[in-house]
Write a protein that binds this ligand. Structure first.
Ligand code: NAD
Length: 353
């Protein structure tokens, strides 16, 4: 089934407001989730809303909260998310990040007591559009064993780095889980009824053995990207997010999807103004040239071209803006059930925007 982005945005807003969120907060969450779907990042698109709805219904989120500034000191700002919706907290933090970086050339904004903020790219791109090189991290509920360990201690802790672009066309945007793939890719595969997943996704079954069976992986766990280096990157994201914000770390966070417990997630947003180092526009030009140099590599056997981070998603975005967003019927069935319970009419799948 395919839906125009706008009808999914409206549907998300209606579901959220039916649970008591303000229209403005519902818009921030809905827009960011649908943007992930447009970019092909279905792991962090509307399927996440079902999890948020579960939390909201269980009383696990402070519905009206947008958080508050705890301390501001020069380029630094510490925020308390007060258990508000993760996207609402992240939106406030990135507004502060832009304000401070405009005045001071750099900003470091951290928050604790937040919730899942969706795809890092939405926040990285917001800062990059304002002209800053952005580094965005978050911790997440424990789901991954550290390298050489067996117990799930760390989250899939995302790391996003975005750079400003000339004329609005991004050239490089890294947005990744610190596990081989995001956990949500597995749920998406299950929603598509895919019995198997690629070996490269690196999932383990419940006994700790590598598996390509979707159901077995769902009972198991993801693995850190690139072995011990992935665990180090996950720890880096945790140190920047929870370490600096005073938030809960690793197993101090509850296991995700428990519903009523505040998750206590932390995020970090760093914005740097390249104009403080180079004449306006020169950094953006240099990044463009650098990307061209990398893409000039002769493709390896089996590939038609070299891609850089951000390209697959920007290409998908163009297609889905024109053709609509495909939603697996299994996922849609869950949404129609929840919508009926909340008295919301789901949109009809139909023509693209
Ligand atoms: N909020 C959270 O708690 C949380 C946790 C984990 C992940 N996430 C999100 O999950 C999403 C998906 O993460 P993922 O790691 O599965 O993404 P991914 O593996 O699909 O992509 C990771 C990065 O690799 C780049 N890439 C993909 N193919 C490429 C190629 N052929 N050549 C060059 N670069 C390429 C992408 O542009 C992207 O920047 C992200 O948006 C991330 O922020 C969020």
């Amino acid at each position: 089934m395919t839906f125009p982005a706008e009808s999914l945005r409206l549907f998300c807003r209606q579901l959220l407001t039916s649970l008591g969120t303000s229209e403005a907060h519902a818009q921030i969450v809905g827009d960011s989730l649908v943007a992930a779907n447009l970019r092909g990042v279905d792991s962090h698109g509307i399927q996440m809303l079902l999890v948020y709805i579960q939390q909201l219904r269980a009383g696990g989120i402070n519905v009206p909260a947008a958080g508050r500034v705890v301390r501001e000191d020069g380029v630094f700002l510490r925020y308390d998310g007060e258990n508000g919706l993760g996207q609402v907290v992240a939106d406030q933090c990135t507004d502060h990040s832009i304000r401070i970086a405009k005045a001071m050339g750099i900003s470091v904004v951290v928050t604790n007591h937040s919730n899942h903020f969706g795809a890092g790219a939405w926040w990285g791109e917001k800062l990059a559009r304002a002209g800053f090189l952005a580094i965005v991290t978050s911790n997440a509920c424990p789901a991954v064993a550290p390298w050489q360990g067996k117990t799930a201690i760390l989250g899939t802790n995302p790391l996003c780095v975005a750079v400003p672009a000339l004329g609005g066309a991004g050239r490089w945007l890294l947005d990744m889980a610190t596990t081989t793939v995001a956990l949500g890719k597995l749920s998406h595969a299950a929603h598509l009824n895919q019995a198997t997943i690629p070996k490269e996704w690196g999932f383990l079954d419940s006994t700790g053995q590598p598996t390509t069976e979707t159901a077995a992986a769902q009972r198991g766990a993801p693995t850190p990207i690139g072995g011990y280096k992935g665990t180090a990157f996950a720890m880096l994201a945790e140190i920047l997010s929870a370490g600096l914000s005073g938030g809960a770390m690793a197993t101090e966070l509850p296991v995700y999807r428990t519903g009523g417990d505040p998750l206590g997630i932390s995020h970090c947003f760093i914005a740097l103004d390249p104009k403080r180092l180079l004449p306006a526009g020169e950094f953006e030009t240099r990044v463009g040239r650098f990307v061209d140099l990398v893409k000039a590599a002769e493709p390896a056997p089996g590939y038609e071209e070299v891609l850089v981070a951000g390209e697959p998603e920007w290409r998908c975005e163009k297609i889905r803006m024109a053709e609509g967003i495909p939603v697996p019927s299994k996922l849609w069935a869950k949404f129609t059930t929840v919508a009926a319970e909340l008295g919301v009419t789901p949109p009809r799948p139909d023509a693209a925007e």
